[in-house]
Design a protein around this ligand. Structure first.
Ligand code: URA
Length: 467
């Protein structure tokens, strides 16, 4: 048995060094005891270990960066087990979402993300002393080792104040120029009250939406232990009591109110609420701002739930944007014809897009289609994954490069990858986008392309039936 000692907390450098050495020495996961200690004399210390760098897929490196922050000390053993498998023929193991290890690691990463989110959302600064320039302090009890990961948010938000965040695992000190990591603090290091309390309370009361009152969900998201830090929480019981009458008043006013759109809020809500029905997800998508230039309204997916096949296109076009439905313009008509030629109908499938808004550039009266960038596709990817999780098709057909990027998580050339595919643990099929055929000039090549597309749809249907 080999004992590896890492520093308490989140020892990413130590874990990396140890993992390199252990992989090179072919140490199997079961033969290693991972321990954390501030006095590592008796053990191999990570700093003393050698080993060649291990090249990892980006998603794995990102997952490691998150999980290292988790408070469960078993994280090192779990991460090493993952690295071992990646190095022993399972390079794509992370895509197998049903794998127990992958599932557990992803849940741990989610817990870390949620912890960071809660710190950003619920931490409250209070004025400390009467110094000028003003100094603010806050107390926070994170569940994981997230202090440094959470810090940039506060620097961005409050660059011109001097502030300190005290926590039991360390403190963050910002002097308006540099951020310093300090020793652990105590609750009494930050004041419990200040003259800004009423400001937070007023703000909360004015932004409180009584129609969203769900006491259980509220407590799940904002457990009572955080209430003590948040002056506005004193308003909650009273506001819950009067929520019903405020909802009635709001409904009356609603027609006159402009719709508020805020993409970040929508993403936070999804992350927070994890919608468990397509209706909920669609409501969130509809309420959010376009994340591409030009888009007006969200065009949602439509069709059969639990179908054999779900088609994913790029983004709605001009006509789809006007009609509010996917694939109703020329590309959609061609898709319908190809489905018929392949022996099935549109009513038997689900149809959606990777990007839910029409990205365009206005040229005179015309709205010219613009291809979404990789980062725009990435923004919408969360929605698409959630949507497909709720629709549960047997097979997903990616129509063209943007859909493939969204589903595979990376750009893949269509011709080289045309055919059966897997997207994570979802059975899939990659083919061309119907508008590619519309762009072909000569009738013959267009017909050939159409025939090949119909052949793809037949293969996809057979694969779906067999799945
Ligand atoms: N092209 C797409 O990718 N989707 C549509 O909905 C219409 C055209």
């Amino acid at each position: 048995m080999r004992c590896i000692a890492l520093k308490p907390g989140a020892d990413l450098a130590g874990f990396r060094a140890a993992a390199r050495m252990l992989l090179q020495a072919q140490c199997v996961p079961g033969d290693i005891a991972w321990t954390t200690t501030a006095a590592p004399d008796l053990f191999d210390t990570a700093a003393a270990l050698g080993g060649a760098p291990v090249l990892l897929p980006r998603a794995v490196a990102e997952l490691i960066d998150s999980i290292i922050l988790h408070s469960d000390a078993e994280k090192y053993a779990l991460l090493y087990a993952l690295l071992w498998r990646i190095n022993h023929g399972e390079r794509h193991v992370l895509e197998v979402k049903s794998d127990p290890l992958v599932h557990r690691l992803e849940r741990m990463a989610k817990k870390v993300r949620t912890d960071i989110y809660k710190m950003h959302a619920f931490l409250r600064f209070r004025r400390a002393g009467n110094e000028t320039p003003e100094r603010f302090a806050a107390w926070w009890e994170p569940e994981h080792f997230i202090l440094e990961a959470a810090a940039p948010f506060f620097v961005d938000r409050f660059p011109s104040f001097r502030w300190t965040i005290f926590t039991p695992i360390g403190s963050l000190l910002w002097n308006r120029e540099t951020l310093t990591l300090g020793p652990p603090g105590r609750r009494q290091d930050a004041p419990e009250h200040d003259e800004f309390e009423s400001g937070w309370k007023d703000y909360f009361e004015s932004t409180f939406n009584p129609a969203r009152v769900n006491e259980r969900a509220m407590l799940a998201q904002m457990p009572k232990k955080y209430w003590r830090n948040m002056p506005e929480t004193r308003s909650i019981p009273g506001m819950i009591q009067i929520a019903a009458s405020r909802v009635d008043a709001m409904i009356e006013k609603e027609a006159a109110m402009p719709v508020k759109r805020n993409p970040q809020k929508a993403v936070d809500q999804m992350f927070d609420q994890d919608p468990d029905s397509l209706e909920d997800l669609n409501r969130i998508i509809t309420a959010s701002d376009p994340m591409v230039s030009g888009g007006t309204k969200a065009v949602l997916g439509e069709g059969l739930i639990h179908p054999d096949i779900a088609f994913v296109g790029e983004q709605p076009g001009d006509q789809e944007d006007l009609a509010g439905r996917p694939f109703v313009g020329p590309a959609g008509q061609l898709l319908n014809r190809a489905m018929e030629a392949a022996g099935f109908e549109r009513s038997q499938v689900y149809v959606t897009n990777a990007v839910k808004h029409f990205k365009f550039e206005q040229r005179g009266k015309r709205r010219l289609h613009k291809t979404p960038t990789t980062s725009e596709v990435k923004h919408y990817r969360w929605w698409l994954e959630k949507e497909l999780e709720l629709v549960q098709p047997k097979l997903v057909v990616a129509l063209g490069a943007t859909a493939t990027l969204a589903l595979a998580g990376k750009a893949l050339p269509i011709n080289a990858n045309r055919g059966a595919a897997t997207f994570g643990d979802q059975a899939g099929y990659i083919t061309v986008h119907p508008s590619y055929m519309l762009r072909l000039q000569e009738d013959d090549s267009r017909q050939d392309a159409f025939d090949a597309f119909v052949a793809d749809l037949k293969k996809a249907r057979n694969l779906a039936e067999a799945a």
